[in-house]
Design a protein around this ligand. Structure first.
Ligand code: GSH
Length: 225
């Protein structure tokens, strides 16, 4: 049955971007609607249990279903859409990939407190926590260019926006979270070239992220607004 997919989005959200990458990798048509997270519309609050993006609205002859949680959305896209396979066939490898997708989200959760703190001690402890997580990733990486070798997967879709975020943030602060992880840096650089990643993150991302951080009083920024 024909389906229409609508992704409720915010331009800067790395969780949204992973879903955009999965859809783009598979060549799936979808509509992307950006909302203002500072002034969430009522229709959005009705369909998003946590009031968070992304939400994927799946419309078919049976009506509309709103899916939330970015990794669940990515899995649904993989399960239902054609195009490139974004998970390994082998169940054990697939389970490992899912674990690393979750790990990606734990890296993002370190952003709480890091983005806006004016306290150098908090900044440093969060910075160290992020660097330690990338050091864990470093240990799992093999030949590249992608997480599992030559095939792009959902782990790549999850990490590409994370790298982009920390890379831009790194240019604005003294973050240095990739200093001791050469394999992670090579992976990050390969992902940055990927057309789906460029589409999902957008060329104006550094400016938008900078403006966002300034608006949210990110005290540790090196550059003025
Ligand atoms: N676990 C969620 C996290 C999504 C999330 O934190 N989204 C942020 C934007 S990047 C959001 O919508 N924040 C709005 C709010 O919390 O009010 C997922 O993976 O989808």
């Amino acid at each position: 049955m024909a389906q229409k997919l609508t992704l409720i989005s915010h331009k800067l959200c790395p969780y949204v971007q992973r879903a955009v990458i999965a859809l783009t990798e598979k060549g799936v048509p979808f509509e992307r609607i950006d909302i203002d997270l500072g002034n969430k519309p009522d229709w959005f609050l009705k369909i998003s249990p946590l009031g968070k993006v992304p939400v994927l609205v799946v419309a078919s002859g049976d009506g509309e279903v709103a899916l939330f949680e970015s990794n669940v959305i990515c899995e649904y896209i993989e399960d239902t859409q054609g195009g490139a396979k974004l998970h390994p066939q082998d169940p054990l490898k697939r389970a490992q990939h899912r674990a690393w997708m979750e790990f990606g989200s734990t890296i993002l959760s370190e952003l709480w407190g890091l983005e806006t703190t004016g306290d150098p001690a908090i900044f440093e402890s969060k910075r160290k926590a992020v660097a330690a997580k990338f050091a864990q990733v470093e240990k799992t990486l093999a030949a590249g260019p992608f997480f599992a070798g030559k095939d792009f997967s959902l782990v790549d879709a999850v990490f590409a926006p994370i790298f982009r975020y920390f890379d831009v943030f790194d240019q604005l602060t003294d973050l240095s979270v990739f200093a001791d992880t050469p394999k992670v840096r090579a992976w990050r650089d390969a992902l940055a070239q990927r057309p789906s990643v460029r589409t999902a993150v957008g060329p104006d991302y550094p400016q938008l992220l900078h403006a966002f951080l300034v608006r949210h009083n990110a005290h540790m920024l090196k550059l003025a607004a």
